[in-house]
Design a protein around this ligand. Sequence first.
Ligand code: NAI
Length: 302
Amino acid sequence: VKAKTRSFTGKSDKTAEIGVIGAGIMGGGIAYVSADRNIDVVMKDINKSGLQLGLSEANKLLSKQVDKGRKSASQMGDVLNRIQPTLHDAALESTDLIIEAVVENPKVKEIVLAGLENAAPNAVIASNTSTLMISGLAKSLKRPENFCGIHFFNPVHRMPLVEVIRGEQTSDETVAKAVRYVEQLGKTPIVVNDCGGFLVNRCLTPYMLAFNQLVLDGGDIAIIDKTMSKSFGWPMGPAHLTDVIGLDTAEHCVESMDAAFPGRLGAPEVNLFKIMVENQRLGQKNGAGFYNYVADRRGRVK
Ligand code: NAI
């Protein structure tokens, strides 16, 4: 029997079990970092292949830790055993906190979020949305006070910052619960107010849009990448970054940011990311984006 507190009042109120909805790039990463910090995880997707991808990501990261001598094989097994894959909402009933990380599409998210409220009436529910307003997503909810944004960055196991977004109706208890969970992961929470793109993507989107326009104007992708990473000391340039993010996610982000700030972001007439998606170039997730990728025998993409 697991001892859990649901009071949200004391500092000792640790999150014991979370739900993660969507086992993709972000959901798989959130499940891994949480299980690695002794939190039980129910990971839900709509299909088995999605779940398999999420689990293989955890497997890959843990194998690396074992290779480096940072974890034993049995510790690796313990972490993996904490992640329970499922296709059903019913498994979420006992969770303290549920993080939604499905595709960046408001209609899909609204349906998923409404279902979660019914499946786990006592849980705090959070969205990992990159750009959609929390107050907008909350409109479909019966208990908007229990809802906030918890926005991780990619790759989840490496990036230390997490935005906690306070929607118009988010309660202080919900914000406190989210902040404590992020701290439990050893990451740095920053509480931000609600707007399209929050803090980080408000800055990042104009950069990505400038890149989009530069390529449409004939700019050389490899030279742009090299210049931006070398001159700013960033780990990668915008083409490589978009491949890591996923072109489909980048496409949705550009569209929702343009809708949130019409005419203010300098959105180009042609969404290059959309064209890439139409041509099945989704980035590292399917091996083809601005660059081509191959997976080595351990599944690492190069
Ligand atoms: P992804 O495309 O890698 O994964 C999405 C997963 O959701 C897939 O496994 C899909 O099968 C599953 N899914 C779709 N509909 C579902 C449903 N109704 N119920 C359960 N599962 C469902 O997407 P990714 O990149 O992980 O993005 C997820 C969210 O995280 C998006 O809101 C995105 O904006 C946000 N995000 C993405 C970042 C990135 O760099 N990719 C960074 C930060 C946030």
